[in-house]
Design a protein around this ligand. Structure first.
Ligand code: MG
Length: 283
C-alpha cells in the first residue's frame, strides 16, 4: 500500500462520517460479528506495508527484469493489496512467483515471510513491549472507538469472532496487549504453519454452523479485500474500515476505494461514530 503521503489532499477530515455505499444492505438482527485484526482493531502493526513493499521491490529489482523500481512498486502494491487479509504466506508465494516470472531464483515463501517478519518486528516488538510495560495505552494503538464498539456488540448478545492473517501466536499476544481477549475468547483465529487449515471463509462456515444462523445475521468488519468478499459471499453486512493508520483522522481514500471494489456496504474511518453506526445497521 502506498505510504500516507501518497494520498495528499485526498485525505478527508471527517472522522464521524459513515458512508453508505450500497443501500439495501442487511439490517440485523445480527447474531455474530467477524473482525479482522490489523488495521481493523489493532494499529500495533501499522506501517507493515512500508516494510513489506520495499523488501519485495528489492527482490524483484535483483532479477534480470528491465522494469524500473517504480513499475515494480506498482506491481507489488497491487498484489499486496489484493492479498491483504489472507495469511501473509500468500503474499510471499506471490513474490516467489513474480521473481520466477522475471527469470530470478526465488527463495522459499516461508523464508521470505521470516525475513519480512524479522524486519517488521523491530517496530512491532517495541510497541508490544511498551503496551506490556504500561508505557503505551491500548487506545493509542487501536483504531479509535474499538473498545466501545466491542463492548456495545457484546451487550447486544452478538458473538464476536476474530480472524487474522497474522500468525496465531502473535495475534493472541497482541489481542491480549490491547485488552481485547475477553471480548473474543475462545474465538481468536490466525495463520497456521499448515496454512491450508485456516481461511476466513472457513471461519465464516464455522460461525454459520455453530451458531446456526444465516449469512445475513453476520456483520463483518475489515480493512482488507478478503474479509469483505467472504462476508458478502454469504450475504452478510460488510463494513469496510478505511482508517488512516498514521493520523487516525478521516478516511484513507486508497483503502476506501479498494474496500468498495471488494463489495463493502458501508465505509467508516473509525468507530467514533458508534451510536450512529449501530443505529444505521439496526444493531
Ligand atoms: Mg487488516
Amino acid at each position: 500500500m502506498p505510504t500516507s503521503d501518497t494520498f495528499g489532499d485526498e485525505e478527508l477530515n471527517d472522522a464521524a462520517a459513515i458512508e453508505i455505499v450500497r443501500e439495501g444492505f442487511p439490517r440485523g438482527p445480527f447474531r455474530a460479528a467477524l473482525f479482522d485484526f490489523d488495521g481493523t482493531l489493532s494499529l500495533i502493526r501499522r506501517g507493515w506495508q512500508d516494510v513489506m513493499i520495499p523488501m519485495m521491490v528489492s527482490h524483484l529489482a535483483a532479477t534480470p527484469t528491465e522494469e524500473t523500481e517504480e513499475q515494480l512498486r506498482t506491481v507489488v502494491e497491487d498484489f499486496v493489496a489484493r492479498l491483504t487479509g489472507r495469511q501473509t504466506i500468500y503474499q510471499m508465494i506471490q513474490l516467489a512467483d513474480e521473481v520466477t516470472r522475471r527469470g530470478g531464483k526465488p527463495c522459499e515463501p516461508l523464508d521470505y515471510k521470516r525475513q519480512y517478519h524479522d524486519r517488521l518486528w523491530q517496530q512491532v516488538g517495541r510497541r508490544v513491549a511498551s503496551l506490556r510495560e504500561g508505557v503505551a495505552q491500548p487506545a493509542e494503538l487501536s483504531v479509535p472507538g474499538s473498545q466501545a464498539l466491542l463492548v456495545a456488540l457484546t451487550k447486544r448478545n452478538i458473538a464476536l469472532y476474530l480472524a487474522s492473517g497474522t500468525d496465531l501466536n502473535y495475534v493472541q499476544d497482541e489481542v491480549d496487549a490491547l485488552a481485547m481477549t475477553d471480548h473474543f475468547a475462545p474465538h481468536i483465529y490466525g495463520a497456521l504453519d499448515d496454512y491450508k487449515q485456516f481461511s476466513k471463509a472457513k471461519i465464516i462456515e464455522q460461525i454459520l454452523g455453530e451458531m446456526n444462523v444465516a449469512g445475513k445475521n453476520i456483520v463483518g468488519f475489515g480493512d482488507g479485500y478478503v474479509e469483505i468478499e467472504e462476508v458478502k459471499r454469504v450475504g452478510g453486512l460488510a463494513i469496510g474500515v478505511a482508517t488512516n493508520e498514521e493520523t487516525c483522522q478521516g478516511v484513507n481514500q486508497w483503502k476506501r476505494r479498494r474496500l468498495i471494489e471488494a463489495g463493502a456496504d458501508i465505509i467508516v474511518g473509525d468507530y467514533r461514530c458508534l451510536d450512529e453506526l449501530l443505529k444505521t445497521i439496526g444493531a
